[in-house]
Design a protein around this ligand. Sequence first.
Ligand SMILES: *Cc1c(COP(=O)(O)O)cnc(C)c1O
Length: 376
Amino acid sequence: MPAGHFTSFHPPQRTLMGPGPSDVNPRILEALSRPTIGHLDPLFIGMMDELKSLLRYAFQTENEVTLPISAPGSAGMECCFANLVEPGDKVIVCINGVFGGRMKENVIRCGGQAIIVEDPWGRAVDPSKVEAALKANPDASILAFVHAETSTGALSDAQTLAKLAHDYDCLCIVDTVTSLAGVPLKVDEWQLDAVYSGTQKCLSCIPGLSPVTFNDRALAKVKTRKTMVQSWFLDLNLMLGYWEGEGKRAYHHTAPINPLYGLHEALCILHDEGLENSWERHRTQHNILKAGLEKMGLELSVPEAERLPQLNAIIIPEGINDAAFRSQLLKDYNLEIGAGLGASAGKLWRIGLMGYSANKGNVLYCLSAIEALLNK
Ligand SMILES: *Cc1c(COP(=O)(O)O)cnc(C)c1O
C-alpha cells in the first residue's frame, strides 16, 4: 500500500482557452454522471443509434458508417490509416503543422510510402503543390490532409483538395478534429472519403472519443484489401459488427458508456443551436477577440484569409517570457491558453475559442487578463 493520505481529486474551475480540451458544457458533465447501464442494453443501443444520426448531422453526411471510435482523436486517425493504407500504397501527405506530420508517421507504420507536400507552418495547404504531387505520382492512391491545423491556426480548403484527389483517382483522408462544429464542414457535398474528428474541441465534450465517417468509396477500399488490417481493435470490419449489426450487436469491446452519454448530450446541444449558428458563433467570437488583441498591439500570425476562428495564433510580444506569462494566467486567472508547438514554441500563443468556450464572457475575460498581465 502506498504511504500517505489520499483524498478525492477536486480540480479547480479553469477557463479553457487553449487548443483543447475546451470548457465542457455543464449539461454534458451532468449527462456523464447518469447511471451506467449495460452496453448491450436495448436502451443503450437505442441511444447509440440516435448518436449516429446526430453525428451524421454534425458531419453533414448520409454515410451509414458514421460512429465514435472509443478512444481519442489520434485513434480516429489510426483507424482511417490502418484500414485504408495497405503495405506498398503510395499516400500523398500534406504537412503544414504537427498533425500532418503524424499522418506521415501513420502511413509509414502501415507499410505505405509517404510522399510529402510541405507548406510553411501557419499557412494553408497549397492546392497547386498538391496537384503537382498528384501529377508526379500517378500511382498514388490516397491524399491525406488536415482541415484545421490546431498547431498553427491555419484552415485549408478541404473541398478543393478533395476534388483534386478525386480528379487523380485518389481517396482522401481528412483530419477534422478541430474543424467539426467550428467552421463549415460538409462531408457529402465536398465528397470527403474517410474523416476523423475529436470530441474535446468544438463539440466541448470530454476527450477520449473520436467520431469518424466513411463513404462508400472508402469502404470499398477497405473491403477489397489484400491484407488483413493490422490492428485488431481498429479493424472496421470487426467494429461494424458492434456498431452496425442491426438488432443483433456482437460484442467487440465494452463501449465507454458514460462518455457516450456525454457525446450524445453534446450533439443534442449542437442540434439545438443549429450547425450554421455554431459556425457563426465561432466566427463572431473570433472577430471580437481579434479586435481586442489588435487594440493591445498584438498580432495574429496566420494571414487573414487562412485563419481558423477557433484557434488564434498570436505572436508573443518582444520581451515577454512565454512560460512565465502562461503560468501567471493560470495561477492568477485560472485561465489556460496554449503554447506554440515545434518551431513556434516560445514564439506563439494559441488561444482557442472552441465550443462552449467560444462565448463573449470568455473572450472579454481573456482579453482583460492578458492586458492586465502585459501591463505589469
Ligand atoms: C487534437 C487534435 C488531434 C488529436 O486528438 P487527440 O484527441 O488529442 O488524440 C488530431 N488532429 C488535430 C488537428 C487536433 O487538433
